[in-house]
Write a protein that binds this ligand. Sequence first.
Ligand code: CP
Ligand code: NVA
Length: 307
Amino acid sequence: MHNLSPRHFLTLLDLSPPELNWVINRAIALKKIRNQGELYEPFRNRVLGMIFEKSSTRTRVSFESGMAQLGGQAIFLSSRDTQLGRGEPIEDSSRVISSMVDMVMIRTFSHSQVEEFAVHSKVPVINALTDDYHPCQLLADVQTFVEHRGAIKGKTVTWVGDGNNMCHSFINASKQFGFKLNVACPDGYLPNAQLMADNTDQVQLIQDPKQAVIGSHLVVTDTWASMGQEDEKKAREAAFKDYQVNPALMDLAQPDALFMHCLPAYRGLEISNDMFNDPRSVVFDEAENRLHAQKALMEFLLLEPKV
Ligand code: CP
Ligand code: NVA
């Protein structure tokens, strides 16, 4: 039986801070369960529909493996093969797909498409990246910070680079998880102005990356050209040339600062060749934690634990 009004996860604001902390702690617990080789299969007969209108490695593999490990199944729905890709309205697609599966995850371009799908869905909808937000990545990032350094509340994080979907999700995360966020982006590539204005309590624009990282416990960046911006690559490389994260920039942050990148990364552009293997980099732990964090999220949405 499905709920009358399911919970969705379209941005980090859809869960309360205690609920988000439940997901992070549960992710850490589920990681232990898997590492101990224990079987835990609460999702027998449950199905996740996975709609992809953009490429993916981590998101697809983590959701698909996560469902299998929890005893359920996942269906990969590429817009190349479904009627959604041929123009069937989102409302109709949502009504049909959500009548057959238990949960849907969507990776697409416009955020409003995910919102529209959710309005008509009988089951929980998860945003697996839009042009505006990438909340699943933030669950993995916060889990990774907590595992390496303990609570993120009260810490300082610096975002370096494009004011993109990842940056927007870091802004939401700073509110929900209670950390300070410095944002270092060049002119023309600042985050959404309204989102910045809504978060002045804990978010500060410091455009010079060398100034921004001072005192930071975590430095984060992302590609300079997101999916859908391939034509802008050359112009963006010029605009972001002073925004590379490298060991010299990291040296200006706290001595125990961590470095994160959601991946895929472009060595020699937003990160230097030597940044990946720098001991401060936790990018592969961060990638693995997509699996554990999303398993916890799916448990939260489907099993509705009391939080
Ligand atoms: N970080 C991330 O979402 O990776 P993919 O694009 O490979 O899914
Ligand atoms: N900002 C990047 C993130 C990729 C996971 C993009 O949207 O392409």
